[in-house]
Design a protein around this ligand. Structure first.
Ligand SMILES: Cc1cc2nc3c(=O)[nH]c(=O)nc-3n(C[C@H](O)[C@H](O)[C@H](O)COP(=O)(O)O)c2cc1C
Length: 227
């Protein structure tokens, strides 16, 4: 598809930039499992994603876009096994952590319920996107890893914002990163060369609007001039 064809696929939703950045949520319950996603929409989202900042202007993010239901079913199974095993037991996860602020605690309970829902439906979402980095990060070289991942993350977030503009919900997930080799085998990745960054379910979202989430005041996170 050429760039001139793109506008024929979709007219992006006209959200304000402020609404876009403050109301793009992790979508789990509102993923429409029945509705197909036009692959051209996904191609548009990748094109928009690549507009993100790149360290030294090196294009480093590649996207495996899985639409085959058999592969999605297998990926979803791994996701759920990790959620039910590793995640439920994790000390910093949503099951065992105590959030001091009651507003944060309420939000975390809702997130936990929503995350449980995703664990159940991950094997039935219409699309799973796996952003990747190649070559792999070198063991122990944290400085280089910082630079290289910093090139990938804005691109991935741009993808998620671009999806939102096209009526698609997404959720950044890291649940399967501990099972990279199995995921690689399912989608034909060479794990010696290619590093998976996350796994993103994508589907049209149900309903129309999203709201900003509760967050603590910004001043609690700012250190003017020195820490
Ligand atoms: C690094 C990272 C890993 C995440 N992993 C998961 C995950 O495995 N499963 C999941 O349901 N959500 C996951 N999330 C989504 C977060 O739970 C979500 O962004 C957070 O609860 C805030 O929710 P909101 O974006 O709707 O405000 C992850 C987010 C990030 C940034």
């Amino acid at each position: 598809m050429t760039s001139s064809d793109r506008s024929a696929v979709t007219a992006p939703d006209h959200l304000s930039a402020h609404d876009l950045i403050t109301t793009t949520r992790a979508v789990r319950r509102r993923l429409d499992l029945e509705r197909e996603v036009d692959p051209r929409l996904l191609e548009e989202c990748v094109a928009d994603a690549l507009q993100a900042p790149q360290g030294s202007n090196l294009m480093r993010t590649e996207f495996v876009i899985v639409r085959d239901p058999g592969r999605i079913e297998r990926l979803g199974r791994i996701y759920r096994e990790e959620f039910d095993g590793f995640y439920r037991a994790s000390e910093t996860g949503l099951y065992n952590r105590v959030d001091e602020d009651p507003r944060h605690a309420r939000q975390s309970r809702r997130t936990r319920d929503s995350a449980e829902h995703l664990a159940v439906v991950m094997s039935r979402v219409p699309v799973i996107v796996i952003p990747c980095l190649t070559p792999r990060l070198a063991e122990g070289d944290v400085l280089t890893a910082k630079h290289r991942l910093a090139t990938v993350y804005p691109t991935v977030w741009n993808f998620m914002l671009a999806a939102r503009l096209r009526g698609l919900g997404t959720c950044w997930t890291g649940m399967t990163l501990g099972r990279e080799d199995e995921v690689a085998e399912i989608v034909g990745i060479d794990p010696a060369l290619v590093e998976q960054v996350c796994m993103i379910p994508v589907a049209h979202y149900t309903g129309t609007s999203f709201r900003p989430a509760w967050r603590p005041p910004a001043e609690e996170f700012i250190h003017w001039d020195s820490w």
